[in-house]
Design a protein around this ligand. Structure first.
Ligand code: 4AD
Ligand code: MG
Length: 465
């Protein structure tokens, strides 16, 4: 007999039929006559109740049915008499596929803290919380692909190993086959990368944008969706060393349309979560964040507030005059810290905010310079509870201006000669942005630590699993 998934059984259409189900035991309870096993197979957050008539089963077999054990059960699906479920399975045959010794299995019936579960990241997908989060990660990925596919944008794969630092922030993980204890040296004492695999210095990518631009300037609209790596030593609830980024890049698109695209995109993803993940959202709202679902709906209602960096600084300075305290100093020219971003979003405007036209010194070399010569056409989308969720810009399309900015920002021309070719031949206005996938997941799941929305988080001193 073919196995039926619990999500299908719970729909109730198979009542009266004999079915085969396989899954893992969440709990077992009962009395002298019957046992009730809550079985979960990951297809949905809800368990299937298995009713076991103790007279018909060997007690040795049932002793092996403990939390975490895997079972194969054949039985009759019936309408449930008990509360809390609409159907249940009356077991005819039970096979224990794998036991889980209660003396050592770490996930027992009681609830576990998120901190504890982080230490057993290899087992935490078996909990309700992480089952919900894993499923929502999948649904958000589907939302992203569908959004861009429907608009005719092509999914492009950009390399993970690269020789250029796209963001120019010097946060690259080095890739090397050289023996670190015995590095080859040139005559002047520098590391001799000619003996390395690629015969040059390479790193893991911090962004697929530069390569994405090459594709956009040929295919029109593209997006990337892949892992990116940053060796920023910031141990915060919002930073990972390995995170997934979605980077659309679109030819003939200017900054205002880029903002429209970003806003439509996030709203589409949030709507998708409400449409496809209600069971998991309800669970997460009940257990972690009672305002989760209303916050998701709220974001869909109003247009995002759009304003310049300069206006943002004025608002923050006025707040400080009015007595609001911040940990970090803020003045024209300084980067907004997370506390400033959250003030603008959560206290001042009380809705998502898009900040544009940042001072050129605090943004990357590729952003289009404004006529004032001081600011660039960058845009950050700021979200409640998260701060920056998207960073993007209109790109500098003019070769001379781009080369000047690169040299001012210390980006060597020899590293980006290929990138400059796109401005040499058939250059065109174009724009794009990057959405941090895990930051989106923080928002839609209501989790507060980014380590809890990626299966195996990579953070400073943490790469065990
Ligand atoms: O603002 P960032 O650095 O922009 C870029 O990388 C551009 N190349 C994007 C583009 O224009 N194509 O990063 C984009 C987003 C941030 O807004 C944030 O959501 C996320 O990536 N992000 C991180 N997420 C988790 N951990 C980190 N260490 C992150 N750094 C950035
Ligand atoms: Mg940024």
């Amino acid at each position: 007999m073919k196995r039926t998934r619990i999500i299908e059984l719970l729909r109730g259409e198979l009542v009266g039929q004999t079915v085969l189900v396989k899954g893992w035991v969440r709990t077992k309870r009962g009395n002298k006559a019957v046992s009730f096993i809550a079985l979960n197979d990951g297809s949905i957050i809800h368990n299937l109740q298995i009713v076991v008539d103790l007279e018909k089963f060997d007690s040795e077999l049932l002793a092996k049915v403990t939390t975490g054990a895997s079972l194969s059960v054949t039985g009759m699906l019936v309408a449930s008499q008990g509360q809390g479920q609409s159907v249940e399975l009356q077991a005819h045959e039970i096979e224990v596929l794998g036991t889980a010794d209660p003396a050592t299995y770490p996930l027992q019936k009681k609830g576990h803290s998120l901190e504890f579960l982080r230490e057993i990241a290899h087992l935490r997908p078996r909990t309700n919380t992480f089952g919900a989060i894993y499923r929502m990660r999948h649904h958000m990925a589907m939302a992203i692909h569908t959004f861009f596919h429907e608009r005719g944008y092509f999914y492009v794969h950009t390399p993970l190993i690269t020789a250029s630092d796209a963001e120019g922030a010097g946060q690259m993980f080095q890739v090397t086959t050289l023996d670190l204890d015995n590095l080859p040296r040139t005559e002047d004492g520098a590391v001799d990368y000619r003996e390395d695999f690629f015969a040059r210095h390479t790193s893991l990518t911090v962004s697929g944008q530069l390569e994405g631009e090459m594709a956009a300037l040929a295919l029109g609209g593209i997006y990337t969706f892949g892992p990116t790596f940053r060796a920023e030593n910031s141990n915060t609830p919002r930073h990972l060393a390995e995170f997934w980024m979605i980077e659309p890049e679109v030819a003939f698109l200017e900054i205002d349309e880029n903002m429209d695209l970003a806003e439509d995109f996030i709203k589409y993803c949030v709507q998708w979560a409400l449409d496809h993940c209600m069971d998991d959202l309800t669970f997460l709202a009940e257990h972690f964040d009672s305002e989760l679902i209303s916050r998701l709906r709220f974001v869909l209602e109003k247009p995002f507030k759009r304003m310049t960096y300069t206006e943002g600084i004025e608002i923050l300075e006025a707040a400080i005059k009015g007595g609001r305290k911040f940990e970090f100093p803020i003045y024209w020219g300084a980067d907004l810290a997370s506390e400033h971003e959250r003030y603008l979003v959560e206290e001042h405007f009380q809705r998502p905010v898009i900040v544009t036209d940042y001072p050129k010194e605090i943004k990357s070399f590729y952003m289009k310079l404004n006529d004032d010569g001081k600011t660039v056409r960058g845009m950050d989308v700021l979200f409640p509870k998260i701060g920056e969720i998207i960073g993007g810009s209109e790109r500098e399309a003019d070769l001379e201006k781009l080369m000047k900015r690169a040299s001012e920002m210390g980006v060597p021309e020899k590293d980006i000669w290929w990138y400059l070719d796109s401005r040499r031949y058939g250059t065109a206005p174009h724009s794009g942005f990057g959405l941090g996938f895990e930051r989106l997941l923080l928002f839609v799941t209501g989790m507060t630590n980014i380590r809890d929305v990626i299966p195996f988080p990579r953070t400073p001193r943490n790469a065990e699993f």
